[in-house]
Design a protein around this ligand. Structure first.
Ligand SMILES: Nc1ncnc2c1ncn2[C@@H]1O[C@H](COP(=O)(O)OP(=O)(O)OP(=O)(O)O)[C@@H](O)[C@H]1O
Ligand SMILES: [Mg+2]
Length: 328
């Protein structure tokens, strides 16, 4: 402290007081300003921030409302990379899947209606012919009507089975099973039909094939389906061969026929429901409805396996293969 200040104590106190008041006034002023500015800033920042949060959430709410009303093509806008944008992206994915399911549902109803119409039209036509006396009341007429009714009921059974496997509501009873047992039981069930048609059915399995971990009934159904198709699409005099090989921790089971074969353009579609390579053939009595392979594919995939078809082309025979897991 300087000696000058000590020499004038009275006036020094007054100056100090004034200094203090001035200081307090400007401090308060600064404080008030700071409080005001920061409050204003906080308000602006929170407004900007909440607008960034609220606007997308509101958009999602209104889009979900639109989707619930059946407008499945609605999507929310994705703006950035933050959590809300990720949520928006997930929301859009979900909306896309809903749209796809809805399209499939519509298509299924259309396909089913179309498939039911064919035998129903035939039955109705025959009945009208009978009533008008155009068709004779012969065994042949009744036989035709019965055949169409039979086809109708097979179709309904297949559809029921398809809806079960597509919904994946069935439970697999997985156990170690010998491939030879699977093949023998399928052969046993179809051998008579093969004999009747004049198609030979043989199997050749390696002796060291491991057991497979499968639901015996379900895989039996797949085999029956493939062997049944092979018979259906192979003319008399042909032959059908069942073989199997080990491939790592899987076993491949193959059904090879010398039948009508598959032109390359049909191969990618034959596992789709209601798809037939030759529609006119299937329309004739005894023709299938194009569901068998779809069911087979679902059953194989439920086991974690794959199924595919190969053919050198029309008239060159076909080869259907599916994989199942070897038992541990
Ligand atoms: N072994 C085969 N050789 C040639 N074409 C085949 C063979 N297996 C299937 N296909 C073709 O694939 C289509 C679909 O077969 P899928 O078993 O699904 O139906 P489907 O036999 O017509 O009727 P179903 O539902 O009664 O089985 C058949 O219509 C046929 O065109
Ligand atoms: Mg079939």
């Amino acid at each position: 402290m300087g000696p000058g200040m000590m020499n004038a104590p009275g006036s020094g106190l007054g100056q100090a007081e004034e200094l203090y008041f001035n200081f307090r006034a400007s401090f308060n002023e600064a404080l008030a300003l700071a409080v005001f500015v920061s409050a204003a800033l906080a308000l602006v920042v929170s407004m900007i921030f909440s607008r960034g949060v609220i606007a997308p959430v509101q958009e999602m709410m209104s889009v979900s409302q639109r989707i619930a009303e059946g407008h499945y093509n609605e999507r929310v806008q994705v703006r950035g990379e933050d959590e809300l944008s990720q949520l928006a992206r997930c929301f859009n994915t979900m909306a896309g899947q809903l749209e796809q399911i809805e399209t499939m549902r519509r298509q299924l109803i259309g396909d089913v209606a179309h498939e039911l119409r064919t035998p129903l039209t035939a039955i109705k036509g025959s009945m009208e012919g009978l009533m008008d006396g155009i068709l004779p009341a012969s065994d042949e007429t009744f036989g035709q009507i019965h055949q169409e009714a039979d086809r109708l009921s097979r179709l309904v059974d297949d559809l029921q089975e398809l809806s079960r496997v597509e919904a994946a509501t069935f439970k697999l009873d997985l156990r170690p099973v010998a491939v030879v047992d699977l093949v023998d039981s399928a052969l046993g069930r179809l051998s008579r039909q093969y004999e009747e048609k004049g198609v030979t059915l043989t199997s050749g399995l390696p002796a060291d094939l491991p057991l497979v971990q499968v639901d015996e009934d379900r895989v039996g159904q797949v085999l029956l389906n493939l062997i049944g198709n092979a018979l259906q699409y192979t003319p008399a005099g042909g032959n059908v061969q069942i073989s199997a090989t080990r491939d790592g921790d899987e076993v491949r089971i193959t059904v090879t026929d010398t039948g009508i074969g598959l032109p390359a353009e049909h191969i990618p579609h034959i596992f789709d429901r209601f798809y037939r390579a030759d529609k006119s053939r299937s329309r004739r009595a005894g023709g299938g409805s194009g569901i068998g392979l779809t069911i087979a594919r679902h059953l194989v995939e439920a086991h974690g396996g794959r199924i595919w078809a190969e053919s050198e082309g029309g008239g060159q025979g076909s080869r259907f293969t599916f994989t199942v897991k070897a038992a541990k």
